[in-house]
Design a protein around this ligand. Structure first.
Ligand SMILES: Nc1ncnc2c1ncn2[C@@H]1O[C@H](COP(=O)(O)OP(=O)(O)O)[C@@H](O)[C@H]1O
Ligand SMILES: [Mg+2]
Length: 161
């Protein structure tokens, strides 16, 4: 397990950090994005998509469980579990199968802890006291996630590993 922390002071900071991660993600990667409403999870996914070379705009996936963005080298699957009925629904999806051909990013993974795979890169976004301040904590479990986090650490300017 590896950890790493960053401070963000604007939506742009958050998106740029995610963009760097987007350049490092590997096929089959699963990213879990935790944080309250308005923390910046969707902002993070927008940056991630840009880093993965996807040009589609990523919106908040409120009405379907998984959105697909397939116009880049690797497809991005974006899930929002906010309205999930329970872990059963996520288990039925087979999260590792969904991720296998590309990268799966999940907002509100807390809604389905029992269905989450062991190996993943967890990102926790906490809102700070100043209006645009966010604190991001990354925890990597498994070799792929650790490689991705290493790559982020070595490319992110201003990070505090
Ligand atoms: N440092 C920051 N990082 C990310 N978003 C921020 C930051 N500061 C302010 N914001 C604002 O907070 C909101 C985050 O919204 P969104 O990304 O949809 O959050 P979530 O998906 O977690 O509900 C946006 O309006 C964004 O402009
Ligand atoms: Mg969101």
């Amino acid at each position: 397990m590896q950890h790493c922390e960053f401070d963000s002071h604007s939506p742009k900071n958050t998106a740029e950090l995610a963009e760097r991660l987007g350049r490092a993600v590997e096929r089959g990667a699963i990213l879990l994005l935790e944080g309250e409403l308005g923390a910046g999870k969707t902002t993070f996914v927008q940056g991630l998509a840009r880093g993965m070379g996807l040009t589609d705009y990523v919106r908040s996936p409120s009405f379907v469980l998984v959105h697909e963005y397939r116009n880049g080298p690797l497809p991005l699957f974006h899930a929002d579990f906010f309205r999930l009925s329970g872990a059963e629904e996520a288990l039925d999806l087979g999260l590792e199968d969904v991720a296998a051909p590309g990268v799966l990013v999940i907002e509100w993974p807390e809604r389905a802890e029992e269905a989450l795979p062991e190996e993943a890169l967890r990102v926790r976004i906490v809102v700070g006291t100043a209006m645009d301040d966010r604190h991001l904590t990354f925890s990597a479990k498994g070799e792929r996630a650790e490689r991705e986090l290493d790559a982020l650490r070595s490319t992110a300017a201003g990070g505090q590993p």
